[in-house]
Design a protein around this ligand. Structure first.
Ligand SMILES: O=c1[nH]cnc2c1ncn2[C@@H]1O[C@H](CO)[C@@H](O)[C@H]1O
Ligand SMILES: [Zn+2]
Length: 362
């Protein structure tokens, strides 16, 4: 098909891409995990980097979010010193830049990186330094990328208020928002209402992992009780959409999400691995895009899912026959939905994204 042949892997990699949902501890290079593990006193399931990359992808491909999350112990273990955090953060930016990402919000849970004696502030600062270094390395290689932090609190823990305060304290130094993550079932977002109310009073931005493993009640709570600006995944919003013979009908929650242009941070490959959907071809992203929800495309965990923004985009081109206009649409959607200040978002849309797609059209 003509459209598919224009969107080769090289072309898609070269197009500017925007990433809103990517976990720092889910994106390490297998070689880095293997190299850092001995000094961190951590035993890995396999030592050879190539085998390790495959091990992560296979172990994560379990059909269960809980089992998927167990694999993170092997990355978090090597992210307990400032030096290692800075390195991992720098490599993350280098890898995203090489993949053609021009803007990314990368998240991690500071509370998971204090086992080596770092304070929460030292954790955030180490990551900040790594992102700055990565941006500088990319610039030297002729690539411009802007990367910001989202601070995640773990939903089964009780430190969300503290992490929310940390996000506000660092908001002018590379942190643009807050998130909660971890196993969804049994840990509704309203458990952390105090943190969300605090953030709202501080005029701060936040997203919530909701509607991934668990359905509509979790999305409803995230939006209507907690006031989330965006939904991490949110894919189960399809449970409130009826696609019958008489056409498509939106329930009240789905209509609200679409009417209010609430961004969905969709992560196709990750959803297949955790069993939220059976295949990319079956992924609701095709339907949600047709219905003009505020769809964005994301990697979630590049290591565990063996993926990249280029791969996610190509999978959608393949599965739904998406063309350049679709890729541009999700990219502009993502940039509009970023937690970066509005004027900075506009510059990236007007000076980076639009010209690159115009060139592709020509
Ligand atoms: O798809 C996901 N759903 C829920 N939690 C996740 C997902 N991916 C990663 N994490 C969790 O977020 C923590 C901070 O980055 C990770 O350590 C992992 O436990
Ligand atoms: Zn996630």
């Amino acid at each position: 098909m003509a459209r598919r042949s224009t969107l080769t892997e090289d072309v898609v990699r070269g197009l500017p891409k925007v990433l809103l949902h990517d976990h720092l501890d889910g994106g390490l290079r297998p070689e880095t995990v293997a190299e850092l593990a001995p000094d961190a006193g951590h035993t890995l399931p396999v030592d050879d980097p190539a085998d390790l990359g495959r091990w992560f992808a296979e172990a994560a491909d379990s059909g269960s979010l809980e089992r998927y999350l167990e694999t993170f112990q092997h990355t978090v273990a090597v992210m307990q010193s400032a030096e290692n955090l800075t390195r991992v953060a720098r490599e993350c930016v280098e890898d995203l830049a090489a993949d053609g990402v021009v803007y990314a919000e990368v998240r991690y849970a500071p509370e998971q990186h204090v086992d080596g004696g770092l304070t929460l502030d030292e954790v955030v600062d180490a990551v900040r330094l790594g992102f700055l270094e990565g941006e500088a390395v990319a610039r030297e290689a002729g690539r411009t990328i802007v990367v910001r932090q989202l601070l995640t609190a773990m939903r089964h823990q009780a430190r969300s208020r503290e992490i929310a305060e940390l996000a506000v304290a660092w908001r002018d130094r590379g942190v643009v928002g807050f998130d909660i993550a971890g196993a969804e079932a049994g840990y509704p977002p309203t458990r952390h209402l105090d943190a969300f109310e605090y953030l709202q009073r501080e005029n701060a931005h936040f997203t919530i992992h909701a509607g991934e493993a668990f359905g509509l009640p979790s999305i409803w709570e995230a939006l209507q009780w907690c006031g989330a600006d965006r939904l991490g995944h949110g894919v189960r919003i399809v449970d409130d959409i009826e696609d019958g013979e008489e056409g498509v009908g939106l329930g009240r929650l789905a209509a609200y999400v679409r009417d209010k242009r609430i961004p969905l941070e969709l992560c196709p490959t990750s959803n297949v691995q955790t069993g939220a959907v059976t295949s990319i071809a079956e992924h609701p992203i095709g339907m949600l895009a047709k219905l003009r929800f505020r769809v964005t495309v994301n990697t979630d965990n590049r290591l565990m899912s063996g993926t990249s923004m280029t791969k996610e985009m190509l999978a959608l081109v393949e599965a739904f026959d998406w063309g350049p206009a679709d890729l541009r649409w999700v990219t502009v959607n993502a940039m509009k939905s970023a937690f970066l200040p509005f004027d900075e978002r506009l510059v990236i849309i007007e000076d980076v994204i639009k010209p690159a797609y115009a060139e592709l059209d020509a």
